[in-house]
Ligand binder design. Structure first.
Ligand SMILES: Cc1cc2nc3c(=O)[nH]c(=O)nc-3n(C[C@H](O)[C@H](O)[C@H](O)COP(=O)(O)O)c2cc1C
Length: 215
């Protein structure tokens, strides 16, 4: 009978040295993207809380982008590779390329994700690549997970790694008080920490892989 020389640690993947050491050599550059651009949208509420939570962690260096203010054109560029890109595109592209992890905060629209998010996805290509992506979703009974499940294969095409934990807010109108604080702060903080722990693991793993490849 054939025996495998794999060990459990090889099969599962050893954690990156920075994870084993307990803290990264520098915080993970993380870009949090608010996807909804709708008038009267709810999106900024979960986005602000998640951003505040992330800023309390020493292993994250968080920046935010709100697609409502990013002003990406809805008409994509043509086939001429020398055609100059709009400044709004190059600005967001540079930020995406510099990010070591991305958090997408998305609502669910008709069991899918919003057009504004697909537009932001499609304007870019290599800028997304080799980046772990985590999802914060909100919606009715299902908390917007339909949008997340639709997004996973799209992010595969962009050569990203989507993480398993989803920070989802079912019946979101019951999840936050009038000041935008979670009504279950301990539960929300626990879920957010599990989410960011996983995101950081992948970001540091990819950081280490990039460093090894460039040696
Ligand atoms: C076009 C549209 C479609 C929607 N479809 C769904 C849906 O399929 N499932 C759901 O739970 N909520 C749905 N909703 C309700 C949204 O979850 C809710 O409006 C939420 O506030 C949207 O996020 P936003 O305010 O940040 O844009 C829909 C809302 C809109 C505007």
């Amino acid at each position: 009978m054939a025996t495998s020389s794999w060990t459990a640690s090889v099969a599962l993947g050893d954690p990156p040295e920075e994870v084993r050491a307990g803290r990264p050599s520098s915080p993970v550059r993380t870009l949090l993207m608010t996807a909804s651009i709708r008038t009267d949208r709810f999106g900024p509420v979960p986005a602000a809380w998640v951003a505040d939570h992330a800023r309390q962690r020493a292993d994250l260096d968080l920046e935010t982008v709100d697609l409502a203010q990013a002003s990406l054109p809805f008409v994509l560029s043509g086939n001429d590779p020398d055609e100059p890109l709009p400044t709004s595109v190059t600005t967001l592209g540079s930020r995406l390329a510099a990010a070591e992890a991305v958090v997408v905060v998305t609502p669910v629209y008709n069991r899918g994700y919003p057009a504004s998010l697909k537009n932001a996805i499609d304007w870019f290509d290599h800028e997304w690549a080799r980046t772990p992506v985590g999802f914060v979703s909100y919606g009715g009974r299902t908390g917007g997970v339909e949008a997340v499940e639709q997004l996973r294969p799209i992010f595969v095409e962009l050569r990203t790694m989507t993480i398993r934990p989803v920070l989802s807010f079912p019946n979101f109108w019951n999840c936050f008080d009038a000041h935008g604080r979670p009504v279950d702060p301990d539960g929300a903080a626990r879920a957010a920490d599990a989410f960011f722990d996983e995101l950081v693991w992948w970001a540091l793993t990819m950081r280490q892989a990039r460093a090894e490849v460039s040696q």
